[in-house]
Design a protein around this ligand. Structure first.
Ligand SMILES: [Zn+2]
Length: 725
């Protein structure tokens, strides 16, 4: 009885014929074109389908013989499984301590293609064997061979012998010579290693081996042999349409509808080819600095369309050429900083905010010390936020993150859809301000596009259609403009890069560079009114470059790309929101200028402009406390505590278009050395103790902010009121 229960399903399985649709899938091929209809690639097949099915009688005997001799010598003798080949494979694998050969017959390979199971393990192998036995019960040898030849992969995204013949030789399979037939029969064993386009030497060696075998076995005569062995290995290279390969691979990897005859992509093939050449030449020149790879992305600001995507120096390069550098996660270094300052601006910290750029130790919550260093170990003492961002100083950036908070910055980066920043905020800590979290060039460039689009993030597009992507406002138009202004302001870069840097373009262009620790990655990302461009150079294996900075590596290429993009027409000025305030400030302190101050102009989101007049330039002396200028001119005998922000009577207006969590108000106080301990209170409730800066999540209402300090001579306090509406 038990015997019947087990035997019955097995019998039924073997007697039901295999599914016809699985064996002979419908044929479908399609073209991927550039934005103007020029073919990038004729995708001959997908999901193991072939471009056009060839009956076994149409396929020349040379192909059939070469394939059988190469893949499965005893094909006509076995019943789906070849015990001799299998035993030999098992013995070989045990001897080598790894799986080298599977001893698969042609029938088993058909079973593998039809079952389409991922992963190589014992279970899939057993399934393939069972299915192979079933195939042999229902199909004859010619039918099995026909399916194999029409569906097996022949490398470079081609499946089936006809597709391969068309791709490599530009002619139908019937017209192949014996030598050409042998070459094609070599590929299926290992399509990536035995790629005819890349490894002609190896292909010739393998072809000669097969021809020798055929001669030895008496399957061809010496005259045919001589003719074939002397034929040179040539491919119809003109026929390969293989444009923008990384981009096409990227499209094919996406969830797109492939049941069509044509997919019109967003790329501009002329631009693409120009940029491919430019990158190739740059890397050639940087080779002496151990720079071997690079990547470029170009986006249309308005539509989000990818206009060019260059993934590596050379797609056909054996050393990782097919890796797409636009999609590989790498550390962005300083190129992430603009988003930190965007968050600071959104939290009421203006570009006039004065910081002390000097070696500083930041105490972390776990008690450890973080001591960031500037590029080249140069420090500049007094810097305003504008200069700190423009010249990419590290210490002030860490200070800013310390004020706004790591978690908040982490959440903000998530709203920009930087999908590779996945670890918990604590994992990155304050080093997040220096770009320690890995990002993809494509996504980073698209985040910059949100600045170009005045604070609205939309997804990028790779297929040309009328569908509009939905925008998400992630910061205000005013903040976007101020950051754009800083990134396009040559004078703010002066302290680090000098006057004549490649970042000075002949038209308005906002740009930021980044170089990671030990010179592993070098970035340059930016935008004009029309286009956003991202450039990365480095090495895929992460080996360091020799002293290449943003200015010598990615930046000159960025500059050339921008000039190329605007060859016909220079871009216009960035549009400034009317609501922004532009006022004169003291160049040294960022305060309202006094009599002896040198004056510059700065932009402010209303409500964040300085309220205090600079008195320091009069006195001629400025004393520093960490991160805050101490007004020497103030009469300290009168007061020991100052509330620096907000000022008494301040009114804050919340922007309904921005998440409230991104609009915190910074409470800043100054405490002199006579105060031993102090606390900040809001409407009588203690917010924090012994901290001079506190970020408060605003709610509508009237507030009284009080700082109470204890000194030897008794309690001191300072009180102000402000309103949020
Ligand atoms: Zn001044």
């Amino acid at each position: 009885m038990i015997f019947i229960i087990i035997l019955l399903p097995i019998t039924v399985f073997f007697f039901i014929p295999p599914d016809h649709n699985l064996l002979y899938p419908e044929f479908n091929s399609f073209d991927i074109t550039d934005r103007n209809g020029i073919t990038l690639r004729h995708v001959l097949s997908k999901d193991y389908r072939t471009s056009s099915w060839k009956g076994i009688k149409e396929i020349p005997p040379g192909i059939i013989i070469a394939t059988i001799v190469r893949e499965d010598k005893r094909f006509f003798l076995h019943k789906g499984v070849d015990p001799i080949a299998m035993a030999r494979a098992i013995y070989g694998n045990i001897k080598a301590h790894k799986i080298k050969s599977g001893g698969s017959t042609i029938t088993m390979q058909v079973a593998k293609i039809v079952l389409n199971k991922r992963g190589r393990n014992l279970l899939t192998k057993i399934l393939e064997i069972i299915y192979a036995l079933k195939l042999e019960m229902h199909l004859n040898k010619a039918e099995i061979l026909e399916i194999y030849l029409n569906r097996t992969p022949y490398g470079n995204q081609t499946y089936g012998i006809e597709a391969a013949s068309q791709f490599y030789y530009g002619k139908p399979v019937e017209h192949l010579s014996l030598s050409e037939a042998c070459v094609l029969s070599i590929i299926p064993k290992s399509p990536s290693i035995l790629n005819p386009l890349r490894n002609k030497e190896l292909i010739k060696k393998e072809r000669d081996k097969i021809l020798n075998k055929l001669l030895r076995m008496g399957l061809i005569d010496t005259l045919t042999y001589d003719c074939a062995i002397n034929e040179s290995i040539e491919f119809n290279e003109k026929n390969f349409i293989f444009n923008a390969p990384h981009f096409v691979d990227f499209i094919l990897s996406q969830n797109i509808d492939k049941n069509c005859s044509k997919i019109t992509s967003t790329i501009d093939i002329n631009l693409q080819k120009n940029l491919e050449k430019m990158l190739f030449n740059l890397i050639k020149n940087l080779k002496k600095y151990n720079v071997n790879q690079g990547a470029i992305i170009v986006l249309d600001n308005k539509t989000g369309e990818i206009l060019a995507m260059v993934g590596s120096r050379d797609y056909f390069d054996e050393d990782g050429g097919q890796v797409n550098g636009c999609l590989a996660p790498r550390q962005p270094g300083s190129s992430l900083k603009p988003f930190l300052y965007i968050l600071a601006l959104s939290n009421g910290i203006p570009m006039s905010y004065l910081m002390n750029d000097t070696i500083t130790e930041f105490k972390l919550s776990d008690g450890t010390i973080f001591a960031p260093r500037n590029f080249g170990d140069k420090y500049h003492r007094l810097v305003r936020a504008r200069e700190a961002l423009g010249s990419s100083f590290n210490v002030p950036a860490v200070h800013i993150l310390n004020i706004v908070g790591v978690e908040k910055f982490y959440n903000f980066l998530n709203t920009l859809h930087l999908s590779t920043i996945r670890k918990q905020p604590n994992f990155y800590g304050l080093s997040l301000s220096l770009g320690s979290a890995e990002v993809k060039l494509l996504e980073l460039a698209n985040a910059y596009r949100a600045i170009a689009n005045k604070g609205v993030w939309t997804d990028y597009k790779f297929i040309r259609d009328s569908r509009k992507k939905i925008g998400e406002r992630v910061f205000s138009e005013e903040v976007a403009y101020i950051i754009t202004d800083v990134l396009s302001d040559n004078s703010s870069r002066l302290k680090a890069f000098g006057d004549d840097s490649p970042l000075n373009l002949p038209f308005p262009c906002a740009v930021k560079t980044g170089t990671t620790k030990n010179f592993k990655d070098n970035w340059c990302v930016g935008f004009t009114e029309k286009y956003t461009v991202g450039v990365w150079v480095g090495n895929f294996d992460g080996s360091p470059m020799n002293g290449v900075s943003g200015i010598s590596g990615a930046a000159p290429l960025f500059r050339d790309i921008m000039i190329e993009l605007h060859r016909r027409e220079y871009p216009g000025k960035f549009e400034r929101p009317k609501s922004l305030i532009q006022i004169k400030i003291c160049a040294k302190t960022g305060l309202i200028p006094g009599k002896n101050c040198s004056v510059i102009e700065e932009l402010f989101v209303p409500g964040t402009e300085p309220k205090e007049t600079c008195n320091y330039c009069n006195v001629g002396e400025v004393r520093y406390e960490p991160w805050r200028i101490v007004p020497d001119c103030m009469d300290k005998s009168a007061k020991n505590i100052y509330i620096l922000h907000p000022q008494d009577g301040d009114i804050f207006k919340l922007d309904p278009q921005i998440p409230y969590r991104n609009q915190a108000i910074a409470f800043k106080v100054y405490i002199d050395s006579t105060i031993e301990s102090f606390s900040i209170k809001l409407n009588g409730n203690t917010l924090c103790k012994n901290t001079t800066t506190f970020l408060w999540q605003p709610k509508l209402g009237k507030y009284e902010l009080e700082v109470i300090g204890n000194s030897r001579t008794g309690q001191k306090s300072e009180k102000i009121t402000f309103t949020v509406f």
